[in-house]
Design a protein around this ligand. Sequence first.
Ligand code: 5GP
Ligand code: ZN
Length: 134
Amino acid sequence: MNDCVFCKIAAGEIPAHKVYEDDQVIAFLDIAHFTKGHTLIIPKSHYSSLLDTPDEVLAKIAVLTKDLATNYKPILRADGFTVKQNNGEVAGQEVMHYHVHLIPHYEGDKFKFAVQHKEQKVDLEKLANDLRGE
Ligand code: 5GP
Ligand code: ZN
């Protein structure tokens, strides 16, 4: 992908602060740091979203995310982590190259992804049936 910023990082054409790299994946610090240690984990090959990323690549990135969080915990003294992954503009995806955000949290930090639970008029019984294909 000629104009994909993450492909350029994967190819070494633009710099990034890498924390891990092998032949398939790279992890590097997010340029717009949300909390200290905010990291992006990407496949080197271009896949635009979760839906078109091969299962073995997803599995590898899931395990790497866990390993990075395990390593970061004592180094950063992180108290918890958010793992975030946006798919599609409507979901807030800005770079259309599959990536996972690993976001450390610290006691007292104000950066929460609190979900506002609102009462929705949805028939959950029917919806679950529909989603199971019944
Ligand atoms: P999205 O909103 O697509 O889930 O997240 C894209 C992320 O990529 C953003 O958090 C943004 O700060 C980060 N980003 C975009 N361009 C660059 C770049 O050139 N270098 C780095 N390190 N991060 C980038
Ligand atoms: Zn790309």
